[in-house]
Design a protein around this ligand. Structure first.
Ligand code: SAM
Ligand code: DTB
Ligand code: SF4
Length: 322
């Protein structure tokens, strides 16, 4: 099987299954080769997250501590001030992040809140950071307003396969997700879109998710692969842990199927060993979240990550190749 061609968006179910099921070292070897053809090896993109509106979300995503449907003990917080976002962006920049990602626990933003977020995006961009927001569903006009504010990336995940999705979320559909992604794409904003593994899905579901991502009209520029953070109080609190080998397979297949996209080893690093993370970098992951916190859960933090990066000889990318 040759994977040298230009990015494709016509992956068949069988092709993805064949790829995903290859002997592990063959899969990783090819992923690493393709990674080196498209990126500088041993360099990762670094983003930092800030929760700009926390908890109280009307959606019922079974993995999420911020849903009103479950009690995960998250402290509710309204939309943060622009000053607070700018302060956090300054800290992130000083720690070596190049992108500042702001997440809100909304089903979709109201017009008033969207205006406030647009101002926040302008203020963070003025600090010399790339900007990303994730606010739930958007219509075409809202996507355009964010573009006009100078937004660089919009994060909106497909989360899992089309088939498994209704087991995880019932308050919105896969089609809703795809529609927002299309609005973001058409507004000319870079797309950040990935999913979560370790939610009790089958390998076929992980393959299906990768196929949906790779068969979008254009590959997302950024593909976050989150390992489920099992938060007590959520329905997935006791999900069976996924083997890091399966996570590495998912990342390697993402790298091969979307050769020019940044693949982010996203949530779940705090619960992973250094070896598991190293395997994921070997598989082609080239982006992480840096900082003590993701949105509501813990992340390794600057010191731990600096030590791991030094041990692995991985450097931070100065500013993403556009
Ligand atoms: N409310 C918006 C939405 O869902 O689009 C934006 C914020 S939401 C928290 C962003 C993403 O975080 C989700 O799509 C999901 O992929 C990820 N996420 C949430 N809880 C998680 C968990 N416990 N473990 C791993 N990823 C999680
Ligand atoms: C993404 O794919 N992962 C980030 C970001 N996009 C917004 C969020 C991870 C959240 C993990 C659970 C929490 O900290 O609340
Ligand atoms: Fe709300 Fe997003 Fe959490 Fe779903 S993932 S409950 S939409 S904050």
């Amino acid at each position: 099987m040759s994977h040298n061609a230009e990015p494709r968006n016509n992956w068949t179910v069988q092709e993805v299954a064949d790829l995903y099921q290859r002997p592990f070292t063959d899969l990783l070897f090819d992923a690493q080769r393709i990674h080196r053809e498209n990126f500088t090896p041993n360099e990762i993109q670094v983003s930092t997250l800030l929760s700009i509106k926390t908890g109280g979300c009307p959606e019922d995503c079974k993995y999420c501590p911020q849903s009103v449907h479950y009690d995960a003990g998250v402290d509710l917080e309204g939309l943060v001030s622009i000053d607070r976002a700018v302060e956090a962006a300054k800290v992130a920049k000083a720690e070596g992040a190049t992108r500042f990602c702001m997440g809100a626990a909304w089903r979709s933003p109201t017009e008033r809140n969207l205006d406030k977020v647009a101002d926040m995006v302008r203020a963070v961009a003025a600090e010399g950071m790339e900007t990303c927001v994730t606010l739930g569903m958007l219509n075409a006009a809202q996507a355009q307003r964010l573009k006009d504010a100078g937004l660089d990336y919009y994060n909106h995940n497909l989360d899992t396969s089309r088939e498994y999705y209704p087991e995880i979320i019932t308050t919105r559909t896969y089609a809703d997700r795809l529609e927002t992604l299309s609005h973001v794409r058409h507004a000319g904003i870079n797309v950040c879109c990935g999913g979560i593994v370790g939610m009790g899905e089958s390998p076929t579901d992980r393959q299906g998710m990768l196929r949906e991502l790779a068969n979008l009209p254009r590959h997302p520029e950024s593909v976050p692969i989150n390992m489920l953070v099992r938060v007590p109080g959520t329905p997935l609190a006791d999900a069976a842990p996924l083997s890091p080998i399966e996570l590495a397979r998912t990342i390697a297949a993402a790298r091969i199927m979307m050769p020019k996209s940044y693949v982010r080893l996203s949530a779940g690093r705090e619960q992973m060993t250094d070896e598991a993370q190293a395997l994921c970098f070997m598989a082609g992951a080239n982006s992480i979240f840096l900082g003590e916190k993701l949105l509501t859960t813990k992340n390794p933090g600057q010191n731990k990550d600096a030590a791991l990066m030094a041990e692995l000889g991985i450097e931070r990318e100065a500013m993403a190749q556009q």
